[in-house]
Design a protein around this ligand. Structure first.
Ligand code: ZN
Ligand code: ZN
Length: 222
């Protein structure tokens, strides 16, 4: 039986460079992210209680950010560089995975699951480092370091949760980490092409979806 996504999958896979390696892609993102977080965390000393709020703020900002970017740039056809994001997300990711075909088959499919490898550098350069230096100068070195840790941590969390969303139901990772199975169920609903522009835009935790009334739970109780 041919699944409706199989034609697209065959075309997409044919376009992946023979030199592409999924494990190297994942290793690159994890290495850059973890190294940055270790560097930032190494700058901390005697963090005062209010300074931890910076970390909380980055998590909340990340949640609103992932929602907005996913909803606006991922699912609305805009001009300019945003078009690339739309093509990669709605065009590729949502054609490769639908609610009935959510699983990748080989590590070469990670090309369409993970963000491009250069994006983490852009996020560090235009969000992480400016906040690191600005908060470092205006508030405290700890505040700047916590900002950088939080921004990169949120990025890695997004990649990890989204990666796990495309693993089989009941995968050991879903059983090991609380919440991953629930997020995978919510993401499956988002991959229904008739609902992808309306519900479940959060990937890490569904706070903004809940606040804005776009959170859809599975019909059957979890
Ligand atoms: Zn997905
Ligand atoms: Zn989407």
């Amino acid at each position: 039986m041919t699944h409706p996504t199989e034609d697209f999958r065959a075309r997409y896979r044919a376009g992946i460079s023979p030199r592409y390696s999924g494990p190297l892609h994942a290793l690159w993102v994890a290495s850059v992210g973890i190294a940055t977080m270790i560097y930032a965390a190494s700058q901390l000393s005697a963090v005062a209680a209010p300074e931890w709020l910076v970390l909380l703020f980055t998590l909340l900002l990340g949640n609103v950010g992932e929602y907005s970017i996913h909803k606006k740039l991922g699912h609305q056809k805009l001009g300019g560089p945003a078009k690339l994001f739309y093509q990669r997300h709605t065009g590729d990711h949502h054609s490769f995975f639908t609610e009935n075909n959510m699983l990748w088959t080989t590590s070469r499919d990670w090309r369409v699951v993970l963000f491009p490898g250069w994006l983490i550098l852009v996020v560090i350069a235009i969000i992480g480092l400016p906040g690191y230096f600005a908060l470092g100068a205006l508030v405290s070195a700890n505040a700047g370091a916590l900002w950088l840790t939080g921004i990169v941590g949120t990025y890695l969390l997004y990649e990890l949760v989204h990666f796990s969303d495309h693993l089989p139901d009941g995968h050991w990772l879903h059983r090991l980490v609380p919440g991953l199975g629930t997020m995978a169920a919510l993401h499956r609903i988002h991959h229904d092409r008739s609902r992808m522009t309306a519900v479940n835009f959060n990937l890490t935790f569904p706070l903004t979806d809940w606040l804005l009334g776009t959170l859809a739970w599975p019909d059957k109780t979890l």
